[in-house]
Structures are given as structure tokens and as C-alpha cells.
Design a protein around this ligand. Structure first.
Ligand SMILES: C[S@@+](CC[C@H](N)C(=O)[O-])C[C@H]1O[C@@H](n2cnc3c(N)ncnc32)[C@H](O)[C@@H]1O
Length: 275
């Protein structure tokens, strides 16, 4: 039994059964069950968010696979709801939500979270799980955190930390850390930014008007294949010197990933209330 299968056995049959219904993916070299594995990781992280049945939760940056949306909807139950706010990347969202059987609790909304279309205090808690990395530079990130604290009295953030405790986590971060530079060199946009230290996450939420209630580091003993991106993207970088340097780093990261596997780095979690 691998780590995914054995952790699945510890979480109870209801969510374990739901995960088994999530469609397998065809995106080699990622394993076909990568979405199920990631959803289990989100489920474990969301256990720390103090979400109770019946709550209304606003999720920022739900992304194209509803990876956190589904476990959030499971946590709020039939009488609660999850408002899934996403700027543009809907991909398989509808298909995954349908497979989960939780569509009645999930309300997707396309919007830019720097200006949320909700009244003050209209939701119980706002969350962003593994999405901080995609919310842009500090100014837009703080604007989004302010909005989260305006529409709800509590905020929960979870994001991978830039620390590795073993070779598999190191291999994951080595590939992940290439993304910012490779996307900058190919598209002019940095896209996924380097992970922030836990102290920085805490400071940002305080700068946005939050009172820090809790910050902690969570060890997740699961693989994480999602840092991977194809070598061809690096090969397409126009500048010769930049391309050569990044190709070397990509090859090394890939070979370490094949040797050790790639694991989830420790996850930083932050809970804050409006000041
Ligand atoms: C890393 S992804 C999805 C993370 C997902 N919650 C998970 O558990 O894997 C973050 C998402 O945030 C979205 N996003 C970035 N900036 C945004 C903004 N200003 N407003 C709303 N969504 C945004 C991106 O389009 C992206 O799909």
C-alpha cells in the first residue's frame, strides 16, 4: 500500500469514497491519480480551518480542478455553502464538482478578488488554500487579504513553505522554484511566485488589518507532482544564456525528482481575525 492509500484509510469512509469518484487524469508524466492525491492533501489541511457544518465559506482562487473546493464543501455539509471565487481558470471545475456529488453546496463566481462583489460580513470565513502563490505581487496580495477580512470576520490561509526536510521535498521545491523565472522569460509574467516564509504570510495578514490568531507548520506525508512543467517550455526561452542556465537547473531538478520522488513541502497555516 502506498502513502496515499494508507492515509486514505485514516480519514473515514465518506470522504475516502468521494475521492475515489474523482476522475483520474491523463497528463503524463504526472501519475493518473495526482488530482485525488492533491485533494486528500487539501482535505487534511482544511481540517485545521475550524470549518463547521452549515457555514458559508468564501474560497479565493479555487482554480481549474476544485481541489480545495470539494473538501471545503464536504466540511460545510448540505446546509452550508462554498462560494468559489476564481478570476479565469475554470478548466475541469464543473466536471470535478459533479463527480464529487457536492454541487448543491458549491457556488462558483468569476471575479477578481482584489475587489470582491460581496457585502461586509456576508460570509463566515474566507479561505485561500495553496493559492497565495498565484495572487500576484505584495500590493495585490494585501488588497485581496483586505477584501477577505472585509467580507468575513475570519481568514484562513494555507500555503507550501519554502523549506524542505528531505530529498523528495527538496526535489519538489527545485522544480517549483524554476517556475517564476521560466514563466518570466517566456511570457513576461512571473505567474507562480516563490513560496513565502510563514513569518511573511503572518506579517502580510497583519498589514491587511488582521489580528493573527494562529500560525503553524503542518507536515504532509504525501507526494506532490504539480511543480512539474515540460522541458520544452525552457527550451523556448529566446535568450541563449538564460535558457542554458535554466535548462541545467531543470535537468538537475528533474533527475532528483525521478531519483527521490517529489513530496509536498511543509505547509504553513495562518488563521486571523479582523482587527
Ligand atoms: C494555485 S491556483 C489554485 C489553488 C487551489 N485552491 C488548490 O487548492 O490547488 C490559484 C488560483 O488563483 C487564481 N487567481 C489569481 N489571482 C486571482 C484574483 N485576483 N482573483 C481571483 N482569483 C485569482 C488563479 O487564476 C488560480 O487559478
Amino acid at each position: 500500500m502506498n502513502r496515499f492509500e494508507s492515509q486514505l484509510q485514516t480519514i473515514g469512509p465518506a470522504f475516502a469514497g468521494l475521492i475515489e469518484n474523482i476522475p483520474l487524469q491523463n497528463r503524463p508524466p504526472l501519475p493518473p491519480d495526482w488530482l485525488q492525491v492533491e485533494m486528500l492533501e487539501r482535505y487534511l489541511v482544511i481540517q485545521r480551518a475550524d470549518i463547521a457544518p452549515g457555514m458559508t465559506v468564501l474560497e479565493i482562487g479555487s482554480g481549474p480542478h476544485a481541489i480545495s473546493t470539494v473538501p471545503l464543501a464536504f466540511a460545510v455539509g448540505k446546509k452550508g455553502r462554498v462560494i468559489a471565487a476564481e478570476r479565469s481558470r475554470w478548466g475541469q471545475f464543473r466536471e470535478v464538482v459533479r463527480a464529487s456529488g457536492l454541487m448543491n453546496s458549491i457556488h462558483p463566481i468569476a471575479c477578481d478578488a482584489t475587489s470582491l462583489p460581496f457585502r461586509d460580513d456576508s460570509v463566515d470565513v474566507s479561505v485561500c488554500v495553496h493559492g497565495i502563490r498565484s495572487l500576484g505581487e505584495v500590493a495585490s496580495l494585501v488588497a485581496i487579504l483586505r477584501e477577505m477580512l472585509r467580507v468575513s470576520p475570519r481568514v484562513f490561509l494555507a500555503e507550501s513553505l519554502p523549506i524542505a526536510k528531505n530529498d523528495a521535498q527538496r526535489a519538489h521545491l527545485a522544480m517549483y522554484d524554476l517556475r517564476q523565472e521560466v514563466f518570466q522569460a517566456t511570457s513576461g509574467h512571473r505567474d507562480d511566485l516563490h513560496h513565502l516564509p510563514l513569518d511573511t504570510l503572518s506579517t502580510l495578514i497583519e498589514n491587511a488589518g488582521g489580528f493573527l490568531e494562529r500560525s503553524a507548520t503542518l507536515d504532509i506525508d504525501l507526494p506532490d507532482a504539480l511543480a512539474y512543467f515540460p522541458r520544452t517550455l525552457v527550451e523556448s526561452i529566446p535568450d541563449t544564456k538564460t535558457r542554458a542556465g535554466l535548462l541545467l537547473r531543470w535537468d538537475e531538478a528533474r533527475s532528483n525528482g525521478e531519483r527521490y520522488g517529489t513530496d509536498h513541502p511543509p505547509v504553513g497555516i495562518v488563521t486571523a481575525a479582523r482587527r
